[in-house]
Ligand binder design. Sequence first.
Ligand SMILES: [Zn+2]
Length: 475
Amino acid sequence: MTLQHAFGQAVDLAAAYFLSRRFKARDGWTREQLLAHQRDAFKVIVRHAAHASPFYRTHYRGIEIADGPEPSQLPVTNKRLLMDNLEAVVTDQRLSRDMLDRHLAGATGDSLLFGEYRVVATAGTSGLRGIFVYDRAAWRTVLANTLRWQHFAGIAPRWPNRVRICSIGADNPMHVTSRIPMSGDIGLFQIRHLLATDPIEHLVSSLAEFQPDVILPYPSVAALIAREQLAGRLSISPRVVATHSELLTPEMARLIEQAWGIEAFNHYGLTEEPHVGADCTRHAGLHLFEDTAMIEVVDDEYRPVPDGTLGTRYLLTNLYNRIQPLIRYEVTDMLARAPALCACGRPFGLIAAMGGRAEDLLHLPRADGQRGEVSVTPMLVSLAVEAFLGVREYAVEHDASGIRLRLVVPDAEDRRKIGQALPARLGSDIASHGAVPPPITLEFLDGLARSTQRMGKLSVVARRRGASPQPGCPA
Ligand SMILES: [Zn+2]
């Protein structure tokens, strides 16, 4: 890293720190103040995009932009549309697709394109790689939101015994979850980064040696570590466990609580918007960071759904990325907004429930013989599997031919019981939703391989993609 780069990084982080103090003051806003701020920020980003981005200029042709249109007046966008038109979407015409690809291929550490842009990409689970560019101002907001997340979880810098934070995730500058610690470490905390793809024995010995105050793992990794602690093979006492990047299921949360006597903090973000929401110490749901992003929970026809109801998708507007505007951008994760605000008094609305990805819904024939299908949320499968405490880890794949459960169950007697009872339990849960249960097959494995391609993340429940998934490897 050059001195110039290190200086730039320190300037960005100092600016992010001051920005985070402004963000913190917004905790005291009323809901009306917050929504007014969001409306204004929405108008500003829309006007900017319509002016500076050739794509949005065309996309919004015929719509009166100057007065600040209502969100519902603007056509939606999605990943395919924005990637197919990437060069027209970005507001700096020097950024060609070729150049972005080359930069990503050669990226090391926290390297900047033109000394200005951080370029990150999605792991490509949907089969379509997304490339997202942040200028330095936008990245300061990302870092300020990281500080806000830490503040929500009660993590504050401390001297002289600095707080020891252990993150467990990916190690690739292309991925946003690695990039934030790479650009945000100027010594406020003692930080150790471990890889989710490492063998569990290695994670256990590193954690035992480091003795973290805070761990930031994927929830599935947190559950594995919690089991090691409960089995007496690990002895650490973190104050805070804050999970991210995957769905935190009730069983994973229960294990964390059992192992360390603390309730896990959860966080939800995307490459397109690294901090969509995070929970506070009340754990009443994830607070949406509505001053930096706008979330519209909608159905298949992009109509808003009432609070408390799971949408099949949502529309994200990133309110601060001016280099690659993302406006009413379709995300197929299923969320439900809570009807009420959190008792902590913050004005930020809450996500009451997360139901996984709409693509991963199970579409099953109706049991009453009528035409059509019943859609079953993947959480139903998770809840059935997690009712069996002998299951150490699992992955589920499904397609038209049935549901395949891959289970890590160390105990032979547990395997026998689960083999008998789980298909019946899941079948009856599915039937209770009015659907015909599909064939259910079980496979017992010693462990599930974590693919480095997917940053070591595990899809707990996923629709099977492609012809033949590799055995022992999540799709
Ligand atoms: Zn709260």
